[in-house]
Design a protein around this ligand. Structure first.
Ligand code: ANZ
Ligand code: ZN
Length: 884
């Protein structure tokens, strides 16, 4: 018998599917829709195993749904703008467009060689003017809807990439791409008003029950809702006890003088219940009031610039030692009138709350550290249950750990005895009665700065006119195209130094004006591509009928690293597009699945200080690893995410060339639960490859026994044939369920089990007509269940089994309810009154079948020693008694 020739088979089927356009969405317009989407890749130039895992899973969903009677949309595109293309341009003197397009071509070839059920007619690249033209229209509409504005803001500045980063793009204080420590700068830029939807984005998380809890939690934390209060503290000069306001402090600089001219400072707190424990006020070094004071306090000015050098990112602040500078001001406590010192302090962020706090040292660790350092009072005002107020208060004379737990209020005048929540409510209502504050909600979420000082992005279609200010480019003049002739000689934005591109007449007054040279954050491009896929050639950004037909995405699959960035922006963008009238829905992704990573062992040659590629080493039987070239022993390192930095990568093309796409796909799916990391091993791939060949043999070895395809079911079935039928139908039910839950590894295990059952059945030599019929059914079932995972092999075997149809057009098998083992019972089996074994069988198993199964038990057969039993008493559901 021949061996399976995966090479010619795979290319042949790919060509056939393409020719017949089998994966075109809309081919079955009368069916319900199903939109499955893998997060589109950045065209770095290579498809890596992480992509492969993602697209294989997506493909299984797409093919299964298509077989199950859906009109499936499974598109592919390219997140094609972004910095690496510009870096390559600088490095290799190649135009970003050429670099990007040739990478796309190379990656598309690889994807096509894997046999993905993708509708390639809908391919999108975000750098295509046809795409960014539509995006510029959306920008206009979002601007008109009041959700895009130009604002001066503190921004994260990446000194290496020379661009602004959104908060989401700063990871541990460093640029998400460059890894450089991020600096703060104040810049004018374009901003999307994502905070307008903060509450809605939070509330709607509850309804996203197709999303992992982990991602929902990460988004909730990112949104960061804090219910608290604003409190206004009147200010005085420390030396001046008359209560006269210091003349030098302008009221507006100190924030919120409500009608009265007295200077004051507004703080944000979530613990207003601890107001009687307040012992100081601390302001961010960037607070305007500190700026005003520093004007004639050189020591304060020096302190401020020291803080700014240190960085004001959350990361820098968390790790730095807490320091402060005592200003000449004092603040008056709103209830007891105490005078509290006012500090500038490095741990207070300007970008959160009001940039000012009151310190309640006993109940906040930072405040306690600060109070100890500057010798400020520490008065506990929340007492845990079971402690006495007096002794708890005394314990704080030398305690260095803040108490942040629950309890009753003490040392607090009218609040004494209340719970924390009661005290908060009381404080809020007294503050608002006194005009000194109110309850409020604060968010961690900031508006989304979308300006990037880069060339390779979507131009922001705005014009700056010296007379008219910011003027939108008229829609008729869109798109604003990127210029081609561009100089990448230096870092920074090449658009600003292009000789002519930015020069334009003002659309309003006609005078010379300048184009906006910032381009849009590439996360804007990816915030709506899934909507564009529904009608990629439409003349408007989103075709309403197509969007109605296909949105939302039914199943989105991608990496957990996008839990807050892309997935939050897209949710906002849908809301913005809804407000601008483009779509009717808020939530773009009904269900989300985040897959694990692909890992591999690492190999390190310590002598040469080199990480070795897997193909450069050999693993010996004792587990040691040697270099393939010199035979020298090297270190076998940890199993880590495949990454170029450790050379522990295997290119998908290596695997498909050697074993075929089906093998790679099968191994991807079989190894681990899809949400977990998987380890890529040669042994694993080879095991998968053996199964490919085993399936092929299993079918081919059976061919001459099998009745013709479509032969009628025999009138009677032996118990053995029936048992095989149960295996087949049980597998249909279990595999269907596993795939529906995206439990691909479980589906694989059920398929292995069915393959084993068919093999056993063949080995047992059952060869009556009913047995052959059941065997064909089992083999066909096997092939159909395997199809979403190994479609080339499955199509080939389907034909070998005598069908002239294709599996891409064949409905998913249905399990016959009568053949499903719904519930099992355990039956005791006795021989001459002695327990010899137990059987787990279906509750509805027939008496005859139960009798056969009992007699087939190994210990029973031994007792009978080849002689027929004298009597068999079957008590259904309980016991089988055999009299030997
Ligand atoms: C007084 C207080 C007493 C506080 C206490 C805490 C404990 P979340 O929950 O994260 O919103 N805070 C407010 N603005 C700040 C800023 N710009 N920089 C640094 N810290 C700031 O945190 C709110 C709490 O963080 C606020 O409640 C405030 O300190 C501090 F026993 O006010 B609290
Ligand atoms: Zn003008």
């Amino acid at each position: 018998m021949d061996r399976y020739d995966f090479k010619s088979t795979e290319t042949r089927w790919q060509a056939r599917w393409t020719e017949k356009d089998c994966f075109r969405a809309g081919r079955h317009g009368d069916r319900p829709k199903y939109y499955v989407l893998a997060m589109f890749p950045y065209p770095s130039g290579r498809i890596h195993m992480g992509h492969m895992r993602n697209y294989t899973m997506t493909d299984v969903v797409a093919r299964t749904r298509q077989a199950q009677g859906y009109d499936v949309l499974n598109p592919m595109g390219w997140d094609a703008f972004g910095l690496p293309a510009e870096n390559a341009a600088m490095r290799e003197k190649v135009h970003p467009r050429d670099w990007t397009l040739s990478n796309i071509a190379a990656m598309r070839d690889v994807l096509k060689s894997v046999g993905l059920a993708i509708d390639w007619s809908r391919e999108i690249a975000t750098c295509d003017p046809a795409y960014y033209h539509q995006q510029q229209k959306l920008f206009m509409d979002i601007h008109e809807a009041g959700l895009a504005y130009r604002g001066e803001a503190w921004v994260n500045w990446d000194p290496v990439d020379q661009t602004v980063l959104a908060n989401e793009q700063v990871v541990d204080g460093k640029g998400w791409r460059s890894g450089a420590p991020v600096e703060k700068r104040r810049l004018n830029q374009w901003v999307f008003r994502i905070t307008a939807y903060a509450q809605d984005l939070l509330d709607a998380l509850d309804g996203l029950d197709g999303w992992p809890d982990r991602v929902r939690l990460m988004q909730a934390n990112w949104l960061g809702r804090s219910a608290g209060a604003h409190i206004r503290f009147p200010l005085e000069e420390a030396a001046d006890t008359s209560g006269n306001p210091p003349a030098r402090l302008p009221a507006e600089a100190v924030g919120g003088a409500n009608g009265d001219a007295a200077p004051s400072v507004r703080v944000f707190t979530t613990r207003h219940d601890t107001i009687f424990g307040a012992s100081f006020i601390a302001l961010s070094p960037d607070h305007p009031l500190i700026g005003a004071l520093a004007a004639d306090d050189p020591d304060l000015a020096a302190y401020v610039s020291e803080c700014q050098r240190m960085g004001t990112s959350e990361e820098a602040i968390e790790t730095a030692e807490k320091t402060g500078y005592r200003t000449r001001l004092v603040a008056r406590h709103p209830f007891d009138g105490r005078r509290l010192p006012v500090y500038a302090a490095n741990f207070v962020l300007m970008g959160y709350g009001t940039g000012a706090i009151f310190g309640s040292a006993a109940h906040d660790q930072r405040d306690l550290d600060f109070a100890r350092k500057y010798d400020l009072p520490v008065l506990p005002v929340v007492c845990p249950a079971g402690e006495g107020a007096a002794s708890f208060t005394r314990s704080f004379t030398d305690r260095d750990e803040a108490y942040t737990g629950d309890g009753r209020i003490i040392n607090s005048d009218f609040l004494d005895g209340m719970t924390i929540d009661e005290a908060k409510a009381e404080v809020a209502s007294r503050l608002s009665a006194a005009g000194l504050g109110e309850a409020t909600v604060t968010w961690r979420l900031r508006d989304w700065g979308v300006s990037r000082q880069r060339y390779w992005g979507c131009p922001i279609p705005m014009i700056h006119c010296p007379d008219c200010g910011v003027v939108p480019v008229p829609k008729a003049d869109l798109p604003v195209l990127l210029p081609d002739d561009i100089d990448f000689g230096r870092p920074g934005n090449p658009l600003t130094r292009h000789p002519t591109w930015k020069q334009v007449a003002c659309p309003q007054c006609g005078k010379p004006a300048e184009r906006e040279t910032d381009t849009l954050d590439t996360f804007v491009d990816s915030s709506w591509y899934f909507a564009r896929f529904t009608a990629p050639d439409a003349s408007q950004p989103i075709d309403p009928a197509a969007a109605d037909r296909w949105l939302p995405v039914d199943q989105y699959i991608g990496g957990i690293e996008h839990a807050v960035l892309h997935l939050l922006y897209s949710r906002f963008f849908m809301r913005a597009l809804r407000k601008a009238g483009h779509v009717k829905l808020d939530e773009p992704f009904r269900a989300l699945f985040t897959q694990g990573m692909v890992n591999h062992e690492t190999y390190y040659d310590a002598e040469r200080g080199q990480w070795l590629y897997p193909h450069e080493v050999e693993i010996r039987a004792d587990g040691s690893v040697i270099r393939g070239d010199s035979g020298q022993v090297v270190q076998r390192g940890r199993v880590e995410k495949m990454a170029k930095s450790k050379n522990n990568v295997i290119a998908p093309t290596e695997i498909t060339a050697r074993y075929g796409a089906d093998t790679a796909r099968w191994f991807m799916l079989s190894d681990s639960p899809p949400e977990r990391d998987m380890e890529w091993t040669t042994a694993g791939v080879e095991g998968a490859h053996r199964f490919v060949n085993r399936l092929w043999r299993l079918v081919h070895e059976s061919l001459d026994r099998l009745p013709a395809a479509g032969a009628a079911e025999p009138e009677t079935m032996s118990e053995a044939a029936l048992a095989l039928r149960r295996e087949s139908h049980g597998a249909i039910a279990r595999v269907s369920e596993s795939i529906a839950d995206l439990g691909f590894n479980r589906a694989v295990a059920h398929i292995y089990a069915l393959a084993n059952a068919v093999q056993d059945f063949a080995n047992a030599g059952h060869n009556a007509a009913d047995a052959d019929w059941a065997r064909r059914e089992a083999l066909e079932t096997l092939v159909r269940l395997v199809n979403p995972m190994m479609p080339h092999l499955a199509e080939e075997l389907w034909q070998a089994l005598g069908h002239d149809t294709w599996l891409v057009d064949t409905p998913w098998p249905e399990a016959e309810a009568a053949l499903l083992v719904h519930q099992t019972v355990t039956i005791a089996v006795q021989v001459n009154g002695k327990l010899r074994g137990t059987l787990d069988v279906a509750t509805d198993i027939g008496e005859e079948a139960l009798r056969e199964a009992a007699l087939a038990l190994e210990p029973v057969a031994r007792q009978l020693a080849g002689k027929p039993p004298r009597r068999v008493i079957v008590v259904p559901g309980r016991i089988v008694n055999i009299v030997a």
